[in-house]
Design a protein around this ligand. Structure first.
Ligand SMILES: Cc1ncc(COP(=O)(O)O)c(C=O)c1O
Length: 382
């Protein structure tokens, strides 16, 4: 189990999670972890500080790319070549810079809400227009609406921004659905940018499928966005990877200006390398703690808030909560922040499908979850 420092120690942090709200608010909104960094990352960063190793990144240093490729091989049976990997600051930049090269200004780009809110901004930033094809929700699980995506591509959309595993639902798309998606996209001569930032956080018993492994078609038209920033809590260190799986996409990545790589932080490259290479035990124990937290939250809801429903995820630490039966309106997170002093992400930020929902961050101590449910239950009771 990965041990978490008490709240008064966590509050010394200065990241967004710990500074956005006053001290009486329990922060469970933005996707940052309360877990301490993996020991291998702590040691490598401490050494870098001790030796004042704070210069520019060497874009030809393959350390982080090789470590990611070895991780992808060992965990997912995928062997991307480090020649087909390029660094940049973050996954958002991978998405924007990839789309800029895959679409023309004004082209439609498909997103599958409820989905990570910045997708709605990154597409216009790249010159595209957001086309929504919501996930299919059968009440139990969420899946890609492949027929809807086919129709949207037939109507002119030129790319799909895939979220796999999906934030906020924690859905891990099946190999079959991704292979079918690749055939549909190829038939329309379109492309896919696959955001796989949550992939290392897949729960035990679920297999993650990298998009570029599903077919020749996927490799021909896809770019994957990979990162250690969610799995190892490195968002502030600013490093992510573009990954290509075909000559065509590798050539496209070669056209990226050098500055796209030079803006990466050296500490990010060091931490990414150490996470993927030597942080695997830490990661496994962290995922086990996250799974325990989901079980605990489920039990807490059953015991104290039976009207609330946790949508069971297969990956990551984000709990997608259906609170529509609690009578708190379309934006329960707003009500809860005001009345219970717990900061969640509003479901509405993820698209219209998020009405009545909120997202809770479970990368925390079990006591934080108990406290949150206690605060929410008390606020509703009064
Ligand atoms: C699906 C998804 N993509 C991208 C990001 C942001 O990644 P980055 O900080 O590397 O831009 C997040 C952050 O939570 C995310 O959940």
């Amino acid at each position: 189990m990965t041990h978490v420092e008490p709240l008064h120690v966590l509050r010394r942090r200065t990241s967004e999670k710990w500074t956005a709200y006053p001290e009486d608010v329990l922060p469970m909104f933005v996707a940052e972890m309360d877990f301490p960094l993996a020991p291998s990352i702590q040691t490598a960063l401490a050494q870098a500080v001790a030796s004042s190793d704070t210069g520019y990144v060497n874009p030809h240093d393959n350390g982080a790319a090789d470590a990611f490729a070895a991780f992808a091989h060992d965990r997912w049976g995928w062997a991307p070549s480090s020649d087909s990997i390029r660094y940049t600051t973050d996954v958002s930049v991978v998405i924007v810079e990839s789309l800029r090269r895959l679409i023309a200004p004004g082209d439609g780009v498909i997103v599958t809400p409820p989905v990570y809110p910045p997708f709605f901004d990154l597409i216009p930033e790249a010159g595209g227009v957001v086309v929504e094809v919501p996930l299919t929700d059968d009440g139990e699980s969420y899946t890609l609406d492949l027929a809807g995506i086919d129709r949207a591509l037939a109507a002119g959309a030129r790319s799909v921004l895939l979220c796999n595993p999906h934030n906020p639902t924690g859905t891990v798309h099946s190999r079959e659905s991704l292979a079918e998606l690749s055939r549909i996209v190829e038939r329309h001569g379109a492309s896919v940018v696959s955001d796989e930032i949550h992939a290392p956080l897949v729960h035990r018993g679920t297999d993650f499928t990298p998009y570029l492994t599903v077919s020749e078609e996927a490799r021909a038209h896809g770019i994957a966005a990979e990162s250690g920033s969610k799995a190892f809590n490195l968002a502030g260190l600013k490093t992510a990877l573009f990954v290509a799986g075909s000559d065509r996409m590798t050539d496209l990545l070669r056209l990226l200006p050098d500055e796209v790589t030079f803006r990466t932080g050296l500490f990010g490259l060091i931490a990414t390398r150490e996470g993927f290479a030597a942080g695997r035990d830490w990661l496994d124990s962290t995922v086990a703690s996250i799974e325990d937290n989901f079980r605990m939250l489920d039990q807490q809801l059953a015991d104290h808030l039976p009207g609330a429903r946790l949508r069971r995820p297969q990956a990551t630490y984000l709990a997608w909560l259906d609170l529509s039966a609690l009578g708190l309106g379309d934006d329960p997170a707003g009500w809860i922040l005001k009345n219970a002093k717990v900061a969640l992400m509003s479901g509405l930020a993820f698209g219209a499908e998020g009405a009545g929902y909120a997202r809770m961050n479970l990368a925390c101590a079990p006591e934080t979850i108990t406290e949150a449910i206690h605060r929410i239950t008390n606020a509703i009771a009064s």
